[in-house]
Design a binder for this molecule. Sequence first.
Ligand SMILES: [Zn+2]
Length: 328
Amino acid sequence: MAWDILDKKFNRSQKDSFCRELTSGRLSHAYIVEGETGFGKTFFAYFAAAAILCRGNVKPCGKCNSCVKINHSTHPDLFVISPEKEGGIITVGMVREIKKTVFFLPNEADKKVYIIKDGNKMNVQAQNALLKFFEEPPDSAVFFILTDKKESLLPTVVSRGRIITLHPSSKSEINAWLYEKFPRKDKGEIEYAASMAEGSPGKALSLLEKKQAEIKDDVFVFTSLMFGDSVSGVVYFFKLKKYDRNKAKEFLSAIITVTNDIIRAKQKFESFTLLPAEKAAGYAKKATETKLMNIANEAISAYEGISANGNINLILNFFALKVYSNLK
Ligand SMILES: [Zn+2]
């Protein structure tokens, strides 16, 4: 994994309290790590594994042979189990494989660490097979079962483990992290990703890396239609798109940001979140502040409608009509 295992930027309190548990010899044989996608479950589990297997004084030291091997996923006492393909499940066969290693002494360390990623993708048989290990846990094994929420696992599994709940991070934490990670990236892009991430650093990262480019292009096309020669283009815009709920929300949120940028340009501000300065200034000449506010408000109600499980196509097309009648 290409990250620093010492990093405690996210989920610091959970990492600190885990380390305290470890130092005071209160290590459990199983942990259920719950949190939404992108909250840092895998990061947490690797951090904890490094702490358990570390040979240094302050664990995890990040420098010893063991820490280095974990950072490169090559430690012989670290076992990671995950579905074979995206969207796949963890089968009973995969869990039973654990039997081949779990009852033997560790290779290098005092413990063996098993990380079960996507634990919520274990079917019932697989979870029952896992329970067998928990009934008579080998002294040397520590399990981390990662799951979106503990309710996705059998109560019998949950009751055998200590629960660690990861929480959403603040927008400013994510922002600061992204700035550090991508010092050359556009400030607006970073802020956009952080504000769309809903507290998930992982989501912010993937937004920044791939998905965002696509939606941003769409938003720029839509904006140029709004302020172009023929506003009617906006009415047809969504007929060619197949947005899912998240995409639709990203789109609308970006439209709100763009409208804000244009209003800022009208008020002679010079820094913008999404639009290049010259574009913002150009669009600012084409609509009054009231009209821009109306568009932003329409985008907000559409966003709320879609968040409340409204019909995506209906809401987006209605939004486009409102924009059209507002600007024509
Ligand atoms: Zn170490």
